[in-house]
Design a protein. Structure first.
Length: 328
């Protein structure tokens, strides 16, 4: 991979310059021109390697969400997956190797609306979805190091952000769902759309980052298009008294993309600790998962490894307004 392309993909996933001409700053740091940076990023976006340049928002700020799964008869998998993917309230949808073979993230304005959404999915498919809401996060989305180095320092986050969003902040996060335009002055263009001064918009965005409402702002990459095609979700059934300690240990293992605790759904789903691992080869991912088990002292606990077999949908979570709940 070209040095400048690698730098643009790897080095600006967070700490993206929140200034009037951010791509000029990127160009200076990469030793090239602003025009070249714009062209390269547009090409990467068109090719799917870059999903967007924008915000990753903390859970709880976008409404309610859950990880859900269906046990779909194999002959119906593609049709059911396509119907699920067509819902704007679903932002990730993968087939995985398991009896529960279709896994997706569902979002709504609040928990009541989320329950309604899951009920509509059950009615539409004739299948009862697992509902596995997040309880605690041990390693969150701080970016994906393409060099294979250790992840950023993990931290535990067991709650949503503590303050309500202001009206202009809601408008800003909604407008950022698809990222900023790859143009010389993207924040000025966004501010004009929202009827705000650019300086106020940048101040709001800075504040959201400082307070953890926005976890990071930068280049959002797609693993698959960059050659990381082996993707597995490893799950363990850990005693509740030990799961936080085990999760924090697991989060420190290099190549762990995400680590978190979710609610069990008995009797069908006893697992409460989840780790996501991406790699170039299935064998490497399996080795990483064995390393997680050893490091986090998970050996002996019931577990499963669910490799993905197909990606049906991958995009950022959609900002859900309470007055505009998606009804399919």
């Amino acid at each position: 991979m070209d040095r400048i392309v690698f730098a643009l993909l790897n080095d600006f996933q967070r700490e993206f310059p929140l200034v009037s001409r951010p791509f000029r700053i990127l160009a200076h740091r990469c030793g090239t021109t602003e025009g070249a940076v714009l062209r390269i990023l547009r090409d990467l976006h068109a090719a799917g390697a870059v999903s967007r340049i924008g915000a990753v928002v903390a859970r709880g700020c976008l409404g309610a969400s859950t990880l859900s799964a269906l046990a779909v008869p194999p002959h119906a998998l593609d049709a059911v997956a396509d119907a699920i993917s067509a819902m704007p309230a679903v932002n990730h949808n993968y087939a995985r190797e398991h009896h529960y073979n279709l896994w997706f993230v569902a979002n709504a304005a609040n928990r009541a609306a989320l329950d309604e959404l899951l009920g509509r999915i059950e009615t539409m498919t004739g299948l009862t979805p697992l509902d596995l809401p997040l309880i605690a996060e041990y390693h969150i989305d701080l970016g994906f190091d393409l060099s294979g180095s250790a992840p950023a320092a993990a931290r535990t986050d067991s709650g949503a952000r503590s303050r309500a969003l202001e009206a202009d902040e809601c408008r800003l996060l909604h407008a950022l769902q698809d990222g900023i335009e790859i143009i010389p002055e993207p924040f000025r263009a966004l501010a004009l759309r929202l009827g705000l001064q650019e300086s106020r918009l940048l101040t709001m965005l800075d504040r959201c980052l400082e307070e953890g409402i926005v976890r990071r702002f930068g280049v959002i990459v797609r693993h698959h298009e960059l050659g990381f095609r082996a993707n597995a979700m490893a799950v363990w059934d850990v005693p509740d008294a030990l799961v936080d300690r085990c999760g924090q240990r697991a989060a420190g293992v290099p190549a762990v993309t995400l680590a978190y605790r979710r609610r069990r759904q008995l009797p069908g789903w006893p697992y409460n600790l989840f780790c996501m691992v991406h790699g170039r080869e299935r064998r490497h991912v399996a080795d990483v998962i064995r390393g997680i088990a050893a490091t986090a002292r998970l050996e002996g606990y019931p577990h499963q490894v669910l490799f993905s077999t197909r990606r049906y949908k991958q995009c950022g979570a959609r900002f859900q307004h309470a007055e505009a709940i998606e009804h399919g």
